[in-house]
Design a protein around this ligand. Structure first.
Ligand code: CMP
Length: 142
């Protein structure tokens, strides 16, 4: 099934000049870019995005990190895009991520883990809609 999913290159990835390498990886794997923008998230925007984690002990640290610099927001599109993006990223903890995955290669810690990706069809719908309106998204498979 053709899906769309949200990918974020986090502030550590942007600061370390990894936008091209990471985006190139998605393209190499056959995922298409349906929308893309750079944004410096406000505290409210980051808190809203990560609202499901609001009672976790790392929530404040997560919001502080995600607002520490600009991020790249991308809508990836393709066959099974949600699962494929998660495989390309690797596990949340870079120490547990598969060799060759983005997090294994680039991430420094579980907190500064370089990329985010939606984890299910429901969250993908919510997360894409949080940052992009319908007309900002190109459907390359129509
Ligand atoms: P992400 O996929 O963006 O979703 C939630 C984020 O919380 C996660 O990646 C991690 O970067 C961050 N985080 C920070 N500390 C932890 C932790 N101890 N366990 C899980 N996630 C954490």
């Amino acid at each position: 099934m053709i899906e769309q999913t949200l990918s974020i290159i986090k502030p550590d990835g942007v600061k370390r000049n990894l936008i091209g390498k990471i985006t190139g990886r998605f393209e190499q794997e056959g995922l298409h870019i349906a929308a893309m923008k750079m944004k410096w998230l406000s505290t409210k925007e980051a808190e809203g995005f990560y609202a499901v984690h609001k009672n976790r002990p790392f929530f404040r640290e997560l919001v502080d990190f995600m607002t520490s610099g600009p991020v790249i927001l991308t809508v990836l599109e393709g066959e099974n895009a949600i699962g494929r993006n998660r495989d390309i990223m690797g596990a949340t903890d870079p120490a547990k991520a598969q060799p060759g995955s983005i997090r294994r290669e680039f991430a420094r810690s579980i907190g500064e883990n370089t990329v985010h990706g939606s984890d299910s069809p429901e969250t993908a719908r919510q997360e894409v809609a949080y940052f992009f309106s319908e007309i900002e998204r190109v459907n390359q498979h129509l």
